[in-house]
Each structure stands twice: as C-alpha cells, then as structure tokens.
Design a protein around this ligand. Structure first.
Ligand code: NAD
Length: 471
C-alpha cells in the first residue's frame, strides 16, 4: 500500500513524473517546482461578543516567472501552509496551461466561515488585506487574489476597497483582486466561470471519439449519469451546465449528507429544498445517503468532486464506479488513489486543466480593470450596424424578409458576457487539444494529468530559456 503524502508533496510527485518525460535542464525543473515565497501571519480580531481571537493567515507565491502572481483566497478551518503552497503550485501550472500570464499564488485564512458573522468576516478580510499590502503581497502588478473555497464576490469587494483606501491615487487599484461584484469593477460571467469551464472541459472529453470509444461510451454529454460532490460556487454551476446539456444528475453530495436518484435530480428544486429545510437530505423521491462521502461510490458515468482536496483516496478508490473523474476541485484525488484509478482504466480529467476557467475569466477581469473599459463597449453598436447591413443586403437580393425575432438574433452585437463566455470556451477547447497533442507525442499510456503537467512545464521552461538563466 502506498504512503499518504502531504498535499504539496502530492503535487510535486505529479510534477516529477511529468518532468521526467521532458528533456529540460534539471536545475531549471527544480527551480520551477519550488515555492518561491510564503508569508504566514497572525492577527487579533474582535468577535461580536467582545472576545479577542487570534487568526492565522497565509499567502504563498509559488512562481515569479511571470508577474503578477495569481490565485484564490480560501477560508476554511483546515487551511495550512502546506495546503496554500500546494494550491499555489497548481495555480502556476494552470495559468501556464491556459496562457494566463501569471505566476501561481494562493492564500488562506484558517477559519470556518459559518462560525463568523458578516461583520466579523469583514474585519478579518480587511485586516488580512492590510497584512498583505504591508508586505507587498498584493497589488495589480504584484499578486492578485480571487475567490476560492469559503469566499465570494463580497470578500473580494472588501479586499478591493481596503487596498484602494491604502493606495491613494493608484489608477489601477481595482486590478488588485478579481472575482469582484460587477458594480465594483468585476466582470460579467466570472461567478459562473469555473463551473462553466469545467463543463466545457468535460464536453471536450465527451466529444473525443477516441477516448469515448476506449471507455465504451457514446460521444456527447447528453445522457451521461453524473454525481457531483459540493454544491458551492463550482459544483452548483457544473451541475447546472451539465443538466442543461442533457446529462442526468443521479447523485448530489453536500457536507450534511447526499441524495441519489437514478432517474435524475432537478438541480434547482434541490437547491430550493436545501434553502427551505437547511439540508439536502429528504428531497422528495430521492434516497438519503447519511455519510456524504459514500456518494462518491454511486453507480454513474462521471464523478465530479467539487468540494475539497483528498476526497478520493486509496481507501475509497477501489469502490469508485464512475468511468470519468472530472476534477472540478483542486487536488481531489490522492496519489495513491490515482494509481488505483489508472489501473482500473478510469479517465481522470485533471484539476490543472479542468478548473482553469476561473483564472481565465479572472485574467479577463484584470485586463478590463487595467484598460478601464467594459469589453464590447467599443464595438457592440458597430457590429450591430454591420450585421444589419448584411441582413438587409441578403433580404434585398432574395426578395424575402426575415421574421423580426430572427433578424434581431442575427444582428445582435456581442455583450461583455458573450465575449467572456466565448473567450472561456475557446481557451478550454484549445487547452484540451494541446494536452491531447502532448499525450500523443509520448503515447496514450501517459495520463492526461502528466500530459497537462508536461504542457505547462514546457511553457514555463520557455520563459526561463528566454531569460538565459540556465544556459
Ligand atoms: P465553495 O465554498 O463555494 O463551495 C464548496 C462547497 O462544498 C460548499 O457548499 C460546502 O458546503 C461543500 N463541502 C465542503 N465539504 C464537503 C464535503 N466533505 N462533502 C460534500 N460537500 C462539501 O467553494 P468553491 O469556490 O466552489 O470551490 C470548490 C473547489 O473548487 C475547491 O477545491 C476550490 O479550490 C476549487 N476551485 C474554485 C474556483 C473558484 O473560482 N471558486 C476556481 C478553481 C478551483
């Protein structure tokens, strides 16, 4: 039985097996895998009842090969230095894969979000930001946080506001953080972006004739039976987009338990049931699964872990029935589990690729903030005029007139959200094709995870080669 590795070590083991496939200078490879900087700090926060509590926070900047660094901030009682380093490393490879021009970073605050009032969370977030600013661990050209587990657009708005108040006159201050509410400089489509990107990644794999043949599946997402673990930002939107594409949600798991129905669960009905009753359990027509993690073993085609790392381990991997594991969360599969799943010929769509939609759209938001103009603002009306002239010309040549609704559809100019979604779709499709190309360069026995790492390493290595640091 293989040993249980710590999270950063697990990421580095994946890195090492991919790096061994490349011909890059070993000194350069060891520079790439190291975490460049970690800042750990503790600060006091006054609770609503007057008590003082010491809060621990971290920010890890894994790679400075490109600046700024980029990565989310996590609020969870399990946050540790090892965890933020591992997550920062994954960000480095993810950004390289999707050509987002950043080094990887990640932050964390060790608190269980649900134990704190909104006022307490605001005080913690603002103080966390102040600490980052004090040590130059935040800034539009330095390090740019985003939402992650336990944080939302609201926390990002507090971060932007605190940073702004500490940087009077800094024109690009709003670009210090992404995932903000739209009214505070955010971008339309960011909230859905990670889940939408996961969906696009699954769709690319399901449309891959060669892979689907190997698994004995028909092509396409429609009809595939899916189990999703975690109904937060990522899990909710993956479920929504999968269901809209015709997949059947046969199991949904949250921390309080899971529910299953082989005939399918209606996502929005489950969400409103949970809102009304405070629990996912006892949903009409569904079977209750009291131990939530048991849902990972349900009979399904695609399993989507979208909660936290280390959910699929060597203990439960032998019982997994899914043929595809879509890693929406970061690091949900342990090294030991990975070996077992590979032996079982289960296809793993790796986190480094699959959940990169979040950072992709964060990149668009950062660019929007730096350019101080909404995407689509300059060209929307111009496009509509051009489309109207084309449609008008077609009508006059054919002597036929289009119905109003069709005409309106054909002459619509792209909005910010259209452009964001289209940029995201293009990015996920291109990255998938590149990873598959890398895989074919070696042979089909190289996993998609290794192929994704090799693709990322090659891109990062180019930066160092251009600098001439490792001649
Ligand atoms: P979130 O806080 O919005 O949601 C997480 C959900 O998982 C919550 O509903 C929580 O109750 C549930 N959960 C926690 N423990 C669970 C358990 N043991 N079993 C079942 N459910 C459980 O977080 P999120 O932003 O959706 O992030 C989820 C994962 O996706 C994390 O690994 C994160 O690093 C990764 N990710 C997030 C983003 C993003 O843009 N938010 C981007 C890339 C990757």
């Amino acid at each position: 039985m293989s040993k249980q590795f710590r999270f950063f070590e697990q990421v580095n083991r994946s890195f090492d097996s991919a790096a061994a496939l490349t011909k890059h200078d070993p000194r350069m490879l060891s520079q790439i895998r190291e975490c460049n900087a970690v800042y750990h700090f503790a600060f006091p926060v006054k609770r609503d009842d007057g008590a003082i509590e010491v809060i621990h926070g971290w920010r890890a900047e894994h790679s400075h090969h490109k600046l700024p660094t980029k990565g989310g901030i996590r609020y969870s009682s399990k946050v540790s230095e090892d965890e933020v380093k591992a997550l920062a490393a994954l960000m480095t490879y993810k950004c390289a894969l999707v050509d987002a021009p950043f080094g990887g970073a990640k932050g964390g605050v060790r608190i269980a979000r649900s134990d704190y009032s909104a006022g307490e969370l605001e005080r913690i977030t603002r103080r966390y930001t102040y600490e980052l600013k004090k040590k130059n661990f935040i800034g539009p050209g330095v390090d740019v946080p985003a939402p992650d587990f336990g944080t939302t657009a609201r926390e990002m708005a507090w971060i932007a506001d605190t940073y702004h108040s500490l940087s009077a006159g800094e024109l690009n201050a709003l670009a210090c953080v992404t995932g903000k509410p739209v009214a505070q400089g955010g971008i339309r489509g960011r909230e859905q972006a990670t889940g939408r990107g996961v969906y696009y990644g699954i769709r690319e794999a399901c449309n891959d004739e060669e892979l689907m043949k190997k698994l004995g599946f028909d092509q396409g997402v429609a009809g595939k039976r899916v189990v999703v673990q975690g109904l937060g930002n990522v899990g909710h939107y993956v479920s929504k987009f999968m269901q809209e594409a015709g997949a059947v949600l046969v199991g949904l798991a949250e921390y309080e338990g899971a529910i299953a129905n082989p005939d399918g669960l209606d996502l929005e009905a489950v969400v409103s049931h949970r809102k009304d009753t405070g629990s996912i359990l006892d949903f009409p027509g569904a079977q209750n699964i009291k131990i939530s993690a048991e849902a990972l073993k349900l009979d399904c085609d695609i399993l989507v872990p979208a909660a936290l790392e280390n959910q699929i381990t060597r203990d439960n991997a032998p019982a997994i029935q899914a043929k595809i594991i879509a890693e929406a969360a970061n690091g949900p599969t342990s090294v030991g589990a990975d070996e077992i799943l590979t032996e079982k010929e289960i296809l793993i769509l790796p986190d480094t690729y699959l959940n990169a939609g979040g950072v992709t759209v964060s990149y668009f938001e950062w660019v929007k903030n730096l350019s101080h103009v909404r995407f689509g603002r300059m060209q929307k009306r111009f496009e509509e005029g051009a489309f109207r002239r084309i449609v008008g010309a077609m009508e006059s040549y054919t002597g036929r007139t289009l119905p109003d609704a069709e005409r309106a559809d054909l002459t619509r100019g792209a909005s910010e959200e259209d452009l964001v979604n289209s940029g995201l779709e293009e990015t996920m499709a291109l990255a998938y094709a590149t990873i598959r190309e890398t895989q074919r360069r070696y042979d089909e026995d190289v996993s998609l995870r290794s192929a994704a790492f090799v693709t990322a390493i090659d891109k990062i290595a180019l930066c160092y080669e251009d600098l001439g640091i490792f001649p």
